[in-house]
Ligand binder design. Structure first.
Ligand SMILES: [Zn+2]
Length: 261
């Protein structure tokens, strides 16, 4: 089992009906926390038409590590579901040991693969429809798990999966994070997405609040702490002009980005 992370292949803002068929074309199954993949009519159509195999995690509030553990525990069942069924289908993955992986909800031409030796029973209609009645959750960044088609064994190597998932969790932490850095005596809150610095905002050295920029054309400019906390310097930093303040913030962002690489 090999894991491909959504944002390594697609823009985070890519419409669902654009990346879903591309996953299928790559031979990947989809693991997502976004229930809209099944409930949104446009996404549902993309799933059905591309014959996608979709696993949906039961909630999006848990840590990535918890879901990684659930996937590790359920991997053989997942691999069997992929092996024995044609897409399109959606399957719920739960964290609890009982009823860990739900029955398949087949879409369009989806269904069990015809196999003489070991026929897979169809889920009763009432179970598949009952399993659809899930509460809506906020969307979550999608991840894609790949089961290579040419792999004859459906019993994947434990060590490979564990190290794959560990690498995934570690890479996620490295790629998206918030840290603080200092420039010219002022601390900045720095945010990285996909290892790119996307924000670098000055914060109060005393209380950590985001500083406000105060500037009037032709007059002094300053960085002010809005917290009214006792002991915060007023202003935290002042400049002769708004332009000078702008240059300071740009230089701070550039220097911090340079040193974070
Ligand atoms: Zn403050």
């Amino acid at each position: 089992m090999k894991i491909e992370v959504h944002y390594n292949h697609f823009d985070p803002e890519a419409p669902d009906d654009e990346w879903i068929p591309k996953c299928v074309a790559n031979g990947w199954v989809i693991l997502t926390g976004d229930k809209a993949i099944e409930t949104d009519p446009i996404n549902a159509k993309a799933v059905e038409e591309s014959a996608a195999k979709v696993f949906i995690t039961a909630d999006t509030n848990s840590k990535a590590e918890e879901w990684a553990a659930a996937i590790i525990v359920g991997r053989r069942k997942l691999a069997r579901v992929v092996e024995y069924n044609n897409g399109a289908f959606c399957v719920d993955v739960d964290k609890h040991a009982t009823n860990h992986v739900s029955p398949e909800r087949y879409k369009g031409g989806g269904g069990p693969k015809p196999k003489e030796e070991s026929p897979i029973p169809q889920p009763p209609e009432e179970i598949s429809s009952a399993a659809i009645a899930e509460p809506e959750s906020p969307p979550d960044p999608q991840q894609v798990i790949q089961f290579p088609k040419d792999q004859p064994s459906i019993e994947p190597d434990d060590d490979d999966i564990v190290s794959d998932i560990e690498a995934c969790v570690e890479r996620e932490g490295r790629m998206n994070k918030t840290t603080t850095a200092e420039f010219d005596g002022i601390p900045f809150r720095v945010r990285f997405e996909a290892e790119r610095q996307v924000a670098c905002d000055p914060i109060c050295p005393n209380c950590g609040y985001d500083l406000e920029q105060s500037a009037i054309a032709g007059q002094d400019a300053m960085l002010l702490c809005p917290s009214n906390n006792k002991g915060c310097t007023i202003p935290v930093k002042s400049f002769r002009t708004a332009e000078e303040m702008g240059q300071f913030l740009t230089r701070a962002s550039e220097e911090i980005e340079k040193h974070s690489q």
